[in-house]
Design a protein around this ligand. Structure first.
Ligand code: BG6
Ligand code: MG
Length: 222
């Protein structure tokens, strides 16, 4: 069996990927920049500042913003996001996730969180899921965000588990890339084409079947 499951948060455990999109769209509109869902795929998994940079790159009039101005815009987005976040309750845990976590736990496999979000600990609290997680990586302490493997290897190092014995679960292409680069087994949740690089893809969280994933993991390790 694997020794650890390392989860992404936004879009895997709860549908905050949608809230991030709404908050960015609101900020972008205030700046006169148009973004759509297709563009948003690029923003999934990457940090707040990297996301802002990608949005500002769409409009030539924002190319020479000072660092403080960018900080201000990033903070503004986070204010929009926190507003949306207030509504999060345990009812917002995506279908199947609670059972999946329970099954992992009862099989004595470690669980950690590898989210790029600085809001992640707060969201886990609101969902009342914090107790499942042995470790939550602090993204502020990383040198490189996804698709760099650092966030996943940091979790495995804390748990003292070999990377090859970890399974990462992600909804973002950048996240799947990070898991693969860490030599872990990757499970993608979402669109098959977007997540084509994953070792295994399920359409949504109801597809996270513990036995099927373990089976695929074992086959990949043989
Ligand atoms: C990731 C999301 O989990 O966290 C991104 O997929 C988000 O969309 C990033 O930008 C950073 O989140 P936060 O909460 O620190 O702004
Ligand atoms: Mg995500």
């Amino acid at each position: 069996n694997p020794k650890a499951f390392i989860f992404d948060l936004d879009g895997v455990i709860t549908d905050t990927a949608e809230f991030h999109y709404q908050a960015w769209k609101q900020l972008a509109e205030e700046l006169g920049i148009h973004i759509d869902r297709e563009f948003n795929e690029q923003l999934k998994g990457i940090s707040r500042m990297d996301s802002l940079d990608r949005i500002l790159a769409l409009d030539s009039s924002y190319q020479s913003l000072a660092a403080e101005e960018k900080e201000g815009l990033a903070t503004k987005k986070n204010e929009h996001y926190k507003q949306l976040m207030q509504a999060i309750t345990p009812e917002h845990i995506l279908p199947g996730i609670k059972d999946f976590l329970d099954t992992i736990k009862s099989n004595k496999i470690e669980i950690a969180l590898a989210s790029a979000s600085k809001n992640a600990p707060m969201i886990l609290e609101q969902l009342q899921l914090s107790d499942y997680f042995r470790y939550i990586v602090d993204p502020a302490k990383l040198s490189n965000g996804k698709p760099d493997p650092e966030i996943f290897t940091t979790a495995a190092d804390f748990l003292s588990v070999d990377y090859s014995e970890c399974i990462g679960v992600e909804d973002a292409a950048s996240g799947v890339q990070a898991i693969n680069a860490a030599s872990m087994f990757s499970v993608g949740v979402g669109d098959k084409e977007v997540l084509a690089a994953a070792d295994m893809v399920v359409e949504d969280t109801t597809g996270l079947d513990f036995n099927k994933i373990i089976e695929a993991f074992r086959q990949a390790r043989n």
